[in-house]
Design a protein around this ligand. Structure first.
Ligand code: NCD
Length: 315
């Protein structure tokens, strides 16, 4: 493994909390490490001993299918032991705090906590109260670093570069940790980021983070290289922010009609789960220019890299 030998010194972080705090070099280092782990996934024996004897816990306080599964599989491929801790079966329901819960889990000898929580800042808070590594799997609308990294990885794989690309992130920006992590990562690696959505779901303040803010999808649809469609997060949206589903699809959906006006080689992404027929048409989601399942595949290699690097840093 090249990640083990040469460039060890380029990663010193015990936690993976967000892309805002990572340098461009650190981000590239995770992506390069993921490259070597992707190769592992093509072998018939898809396991390496990198985390043998380590224990990872999935500590999810929000629903998740693919992210939790992806972390579990990533840890298995690194030969770690895995514990799953979901809200319904835990004593969180009895009023135990996040930190108490984590400390109790840690007392069982856990090395890495992968946490998803509805409150922004929860992962960072946790990292200050436990001795083990913390990996953020989504904290409120704040960050989802492994999603951001797997999106960067997938774009780099497709285009061979990230700098100079124009990337539109479209839809429910206000509620999206995916949008925020993507914005940080893409800007650091030199892409132009255009955020597209209705004013109620896209605060102008995003301009201060270096994004171009656009309220008319059709204004930019023909000029972008990548379109990352976000899920409309109905569970987080207040009704005043969102007039009607049909109106949203007409103005901000990636419809067949709009797709015809895109660049010929436009690359279509979505973090999942999709609302088919609302933010994206099924034909496009399943079509030749969709990278959606590639994102899922790459997520595994990226999470292997993240788990591996944080555990090396805590040695
Ligand atoms: C995203 C999330 O949970 O932030 N999904 C995911 O990680 N698979 C995006 C979303 O829920 O829309």
């Amino acid at each position: 493994m090249s990640a083990k030998s040469g460039h060890h010194h380029r990663w010193t972080r015990k936690h993976l909390l967000g892309l805002q705090e990572l340098s461009a070099d650190e981000i590239r280092f995770v992506l390069d490490t993921a490259d070597s782990f992707k190769e592992v996934s093509t072998r018939s024996v898809k396991k390496v001993p990198a985390l043998r004897g380590r224990v990872m816990v999935n500590l999810f306080f929000e629903d998740s299918t693919r992210t939790r599964t992806s972390f579990a599989l990533a840890a298995q491929r690194l030969s770690a032991d895995i514990i799953d801790f979901s809200q319904k079966t835990s004593s969180v329901n009895k009023g135990e705090t996040l930190i108490d819960t984590a400390r109790n889990i840690e007392a069982m000898g856990i090395d890495i906590i992968v946490v998803r929580h509805p409150a922004g800042g929860a992962a960072e808070l946790l990292s200050r109260h436990v001795k083990c590594s913390v990996v953020n799997a989504g904290d409120g609308a704040h960050e989802h670093p492994t999603q951001g990294l797997l999106d960067l990885y997938t774009i780099r794989e497709r285009f061979g570069k990230i700098a100079g690309l124009k990337v539109a992130i479209v839809g429910d920006i206000a509620n999206s940790r995916v949008a925020r992590s993507n914005l940080w990562g893409l800007k650091k690696l030199g892409a132009e980021v255009i955020l597209v959505g209705p004013p109620t779901l896209l605060p102008r303040a995003f301009e201060q983070l270096g994004a171009r803010v656009v309220y008319d999808f059709d204004e930019v649809v023909g000029e972008v290289d990548v379109i990352n469609m976000l899920r409309v997060q109905f569970e987080r949206i207040k009704t005043s922010q969102f007039p009607s589903v049909r109106e949203f699809t007409r103005l901000f959906g990636l419809t067949g009609d709009r797709f015809k006006r895109c660049k010929k080689d436009v690359f279509v992404m979505h973090p999942g789960p999709m609302n088919r027929g609302i933010e994206i048409s099924s034909e496009i989601a399943d079509g030749a220019q969709s990278g959606i399942l590639t994102q899922v595949t790459n997520g595994l290699a990226v999470r292997m890299a993240g788990l591996y690097l944080v555990s090396q840093a805590s040695d």
